[in-house]
Write a protein that binds this ligand. Sequence first.
Ligand SMILES: *Cc1c(COP(=O)(O)O)cnc(C)c1O
Length: 456
Amino acid sequence: MSGSDKADRRERILEAAVQQGLLDSEAAVLAGFIDLDGVNETVTSLRDAFPDSLRVRHAFAAKANCLVPVLEELRHSGMGCEAASAGELAQALEAGFAPEQIVFDSPAKTRAELVQALSLGIAVNADSFQELSRLDEILAARGSGSRIGLRINPQVGAGSITAMSTATATSKFGVPLEDGDNRQRLIQAYRDRPWLTWVHTHVGSQGCPLELIAQGIAKAVAFAEEVNDHLGRRQVTGIDIGGGLPVNFDSDASTPGFDTYVARLREHAPALFSGEYEIVTEFGRSVLAKNGFTAAYVEYTKTVGGRPIAITHAGAQVATRTVFAPDAWPLRVEAHDPRGRAKSSRPVRQDIAGPCCFAGDLLARDRMLPLLDAGDIVVLPDTGAYYFSTPFHYNSLPEPAVHGARIDDDGRVAFRLLRPAQAVHPVPAPRARPDRASTPGRPERTTTRRKQVQSS
Ligand SMILES: *Cc1c(COP(=O)(O)O)cnc(C)c1O
């Protein structure tokens, strides 16, 4: 799908959502949308990027979009699932993934979580020497069919967003390969544990250049070869190379693509393509981000200090990273009229704000856009991963509905509800309750509450 196709489809979905009442200036002021055909195309491009001769399982990183119906769609498209918490593990199972399609990664797995994963046959990547000892104890008491790996930190350094970089010298993730005598300890750990047959690494998420990711994976592959050489047997049979392909938030172009990523890996880690290792990937953002968008009505506009500001219904509750770390996570903003069509008037500088009660709740500052009016709709492209799927409950703002969309050959849009909007339960209107009101010393609750409000 080309970039202009993507923009076209977004507008088509938006207009259909307004027509069908999924967006409504009174009843549905904010919603998330996922282009399900786009997701399928992306998964196909991921699958096609790796040679058919290799045994590769693509496990979607559930944290990028953990809605169970989304996980179901991904399962139907042939993906597995990477879960990084007990909650994500439950969501993966609910979405129907078979245990052997699931990988459980977390730096803080409890004993009970490990027992559950091992008894179901879910693949586990241990994160530390302590976790390996815990696995020893659990496995001494029961066998397990799980594939078990160890996450190593190749310590290749950080990308442009420190908080997203997991292969720095001091990262909290995995066993650091280059510290002290860790290499020797690691080889001994594999020697002592014939069930330890995988090596796992994940260099980082958004902001890590392909070069850095490929270098980190190359170190993990070289480490696997080193273990097998030392042990004189091919004990390590699989390498889980993590995710982290960065997403382009500047335009509708999906660059870099999975094919570019694989080409870079081939240069740095040819042994990965020898056919001797099974491979697991764990992409999240690159599968979903560009196939989703957020749409929100502009409720009011004003001019402050000479600058126009649009107050919309999308803010920190759905664009948390963008609001709190705007330089690391800039998003495009598009201006649409109340029917969903792109506005084409002359761009002017304006701020686009959210509904939250703090001054920094801004989606964009000083952004050149056709002047927004009350009743218009703003669209945030590229928000299919890590945005509306995991909202922040600030100000008790409700979770918005999420709709999946498919466009048929005649251009008709069919929606599937992926998450209902969270209901806001209003306080019931005060009613006369003679039985209670007459009880001495026990004032009626609604009365008390009204008094508190008045006195504050
Ligand atoms: C977050 C994470 C991923 C997914 O990262 P993306 O940038 O979304 O592709 C994969 N593996 C692990 C271990 C992670 O923590």
